[in-house]
Write a protein that binds this ligand. Structure first.
Ligand code: EPU
Length: 424
């Protein structure tokens, strides 16, 4: 198993490019199934989760030609409607294939997705199942934990999401594109990746209005085309690098990003004294001596993203005073806190959803294990701040979402070594 060894503390400097958004790429690949035509995707991040998604669509019979950050998918040869558990069970976003297969081929079989460390009892798919049922799918669940969904023709419906869910919103939106009649979705998630997906589908002949707002209306069409899709910059990478710069008091220019998609974090930077300038696609974070504390509560977009909760926590260990972090989206997304405490952070766990940080704390290098993707990048940031050597195991969890993170940080002056090979 490979690991990172980071020697700190270090001040970084220079420029870093943001890659394409993982959570957009993981939806546009399955969306390719909605058409029989070839799609060409650019700005594709070179990360583990994307490899898995491309393996899954290839296993269904699509032809996949990849060249670094671009991929061409020809779905005309798809000849299966069963998601191969060997590929599908490895990543939660395989659930995004279900709707497009159902919509285009009238049936789909898939295994109950595996558990995940950030949700207490796995991550549920009840909204997907209920939503597909609302569109007219007949649903069977076997003792072997396989779902079989069938529908001669899906029919538009009114569906209200009791919980705001990014992937369930996207799944219902994609599926309804080929349903007969009108679908109205309420209490939808509003992430920029959803709007970007809708814009592409509309260019190809879909009739979606309201994406990016709580109500999305889809007029079903018989078929759609395919074309070029450029993946938007990853707003969580942007935020992670901005926090990394602030926490290490570095001068970093973050390029190829959309600062507007991380507005809540930038508003907080103004409050806590992290200086920055921005243009349409660049963010320049400048060093500061004094960081003020500021409490946050995670929230669906445009609120504070759960995916930046752990990096923000490490920033607050460097702030002068106390702050409260309230994780509202996931039950088990504060698991990494113990490791920060071992490094010297003064953090009180109030309950499974809330912590209080009393900063500033000098951190010291330790042996750590990354429990999930976002906690993983937090450990990298903590290693850059800490005195001495920090060793991070299970970096597969970081490679899942951040392309060549060690190479890109070395270019900024970080002393980070990868022991073992890149897990791609
Ligand atoms: N939920 C249900 N039932 C469902 C689906 C979700 O109750 O059928 C609940 C979840 O348990 C959770 C809440 O809804 O409490 C929100 O989860 P959501 O479904 O929005 O999460 P997701 O769509 O599975 C996406 C991102 C996550 C990101 C969340 C929140 C993708 C592939 N994943 O997940 O990204 O944390 O939205 O913004 O888009 C990451 O990149 O590290 C990551 C975990």
């Amino acid at each position: 198993m490979s690991k990172f060894i980071i020697e700190g503390p270090v001040k970084l400097s220079g420029e870093i490019d943001v890659k394409g958004a993982k959570n957009s790429a993981l939806k546009i690949i399955p969306a390719a199934i909605l058409s029989a035509k070839t799609i060409h995707i650019t700005n594709l991040p070179n990360i583990e989760d994307i490899d898995k998604s491309l393996s899954l669509i290839a296993d269904l019979g699509a032809e996949v030609k990849r060249d670094k950050s671009t991929v061409t998918i020809d779905p005309s040869g798809i000849n299966k409607t069963e998601l191969n558990p060997v590929f599908a069970n490895k990543f939660r976003a395989s659930i995004m294939f279900v709707g497009p297969l159902l919509a285009r081929f009238g049936e789909v079989t898939f295994h109950q997705p595996g558990g995940c460390v950030i949700g207490a009892s796995g991550r549920p798919i009840d909204l997907f199942i209920e939503g597909f049922g609302c569109l007219g799918a007949e649903i069977k669940y076997t003792e072997e934990e396989f779902y079989h969904l069938k529908a001669k023709k899906l029919t538009g419906c009114n569906y209200f999401f009791n919980v705001v869910s990014v992937t369930a919103t996207e799944a219902m939106m994609m599926t309804a594109v080929l349903a007969q009649g009108t679908t109205t979705l309420q209490n939808c998630a509003m992430e920029p990746e959803i709007k970007s997906l809708a814009d592409y589908l509309n260019k190809q002949g879909a009739k979606i209005t309201g994406a990016g707002t709580p109500t999305i209306i889809i007029e079903g069409v018989d078929e759609i085309n395919a074309g070029e899709f450029e993946i938007i910059p990853d707003r969580i990478e942007t935020g992670s690098f901005a926090i990394m710069a602030a926490a290490t008091r570095s001068d970093i220019i973050i390029k190829n990003c959309h600062p507007d998609h991380t507005r809540v974090l930038l508003n907080i930077f103004n409050k806590i004294g992290v200086p920055f300038t921005e243009s349409k696609d660049t963010l320049h974070i400048k060093p500061t001596d004094k960081i003020k504390p500021y409490s946050i509560k995670t929230h669906e977009y445009p609120g504070f993203p759960t995916d930046l909760q752990s990096p923000y926590t490490i920033l607050m260990t460097q702030a002068e005073g106390s702050s409260l972090i309230h994780e509202t989206i996931y039950d088990r997304r504060l698991l990494y806190v113990d490791m920060l405490s071992q490094m010297g952070a003064d953090i009180i766990m109030c309950d499974p959803h809330r912590i209080v940080i009393n900063g500033p704390n000098q951190l010291y290098g330790k042996k750590l294990t990354s429990p999930d993707l976002r906690a993983g990048i937090t450990m990298v940031i903590s290693g850059l701040i800490a005195k001495g050597a920090t060793e991070i195991d299970n970096i597969y969890q970081i490679d899942r979402g951040y392309e060549d993170i060690d190479g890109r940080l070395r270019a900024l002056g970080a002393d980070i070594k990868r022991i073992g090979t890149l897990n791609l």
